[in-house]
Write a protein that binds this ligand. Structure first.
Ligand code: DX5
Ligand code: ZN
Length: 234
């Protein structure tokens, strides 16, 4: 994984929701690569956030790719609405649908990048039948629902296991939850290249955003230099 491949995706869950457009523009100007949008339904996860109308509104404030993390069940009835509202990548949970394979096919059919994610309590083996369908695997390093939670360190080993499972196939591994400059290096060394951060980006307010993003990126790039990609099967 080259340092140039590192993506930093601030989670707008930690932004000022009353100024969401300005906040999205500000983190974009401060060096964010993607904007991470957390969608919660108060059912699959114990919190409520936003729907497609808000995504459509903030989409106008930046040209950065919109990385939409759907924490909703059922998920299938809402895929098209998020696609039309401006999602570039749509990530769904393996736990949110009894037919996750079909759900991933549906995201692909909508012309969007396809992501899949799994909660910290779900075995990584759940990815084996579907890893070939996706552009990105998101490793949750907290139980989803809230920003500002403590990083679960077992996520580092899970990243390594998933990178090995990918067998050299080009695929992003993203980490979400408690990510900061303190753990981005270890995650990157294990094979992660895409880093969601809410509180570690938005803390300190707008003057701090550029420095916060740069610190996470610097840690990730340093770790990436230590990462040796697994060889694909002969
Ligand atoms: C948690 C969300 C995360 C969260 C990250 O359910 O998926 O994206 O906002 O926030 P921090 O970086 O503060 O843990
Ligand atoms: Zn998220």
């Amino acid at each position: 994984m080259s340092g140039a491949g590192v993506v930093i995706a601030p989670s707008i869950l930690s932004a000022d929701f009353a100024r969401l457009g300005e906040e999205v523009r500000a983190v974009g100007q401060a060096g964010a690569d993607w904007i991470h949008v957390d969608v919660m339904d108060g059912h699959f996860v114990p919190n409520l956030t936003i729907g497609p109308d808000v995504l459509r509104a903030v989409r106008k404030w930046t040209d950065k790719p919109m990385d939409v993390h759907l924490m909703i069940a059922p998920v299938d009835p809402y895929l098209e609405a998020f696609a039309k509202a401006g999602a570039d990548l749509i990530t769904v949970h393996v736990e949110s649908s009894p037919h996750v394979h079909r759900t991933l096919q549906a995201v692909r059919a909508l012309g969007k990048q396809v992501g899949v994610t799994l909660n910290p309590g779900t075995p990584v083996s759940a990815l084996e039948p579907i890893i070939g369908l996706v552009d990105l695997v998101l490793v949750m390093s907290v139980n989803p629902g809230f920003g500002g939670q403590a990083f679960i360190p077992e996520a580092i080993g899970r990243v390594g296991a998933i990178r090995a499972m990918a067998k050299g196939r080009a695929m992003r591994i993203e980490v979400d939850g408690g990510v900061s400059a303190d753990n981005a290096g270890l995650l990157s060394a294990a094979g992660a290249d895409t880093f969601v951060a809410g509180s570690a980006v938005f803390r300190g307010g707008e003057p701090a955003y550029a420095g916060n993003i740069a610190a996470i990126r610097a840690a990730a790039v340093t770790g990436a230099r230590a990462y040796a990609p697994p060889l694909p099967d002969a």
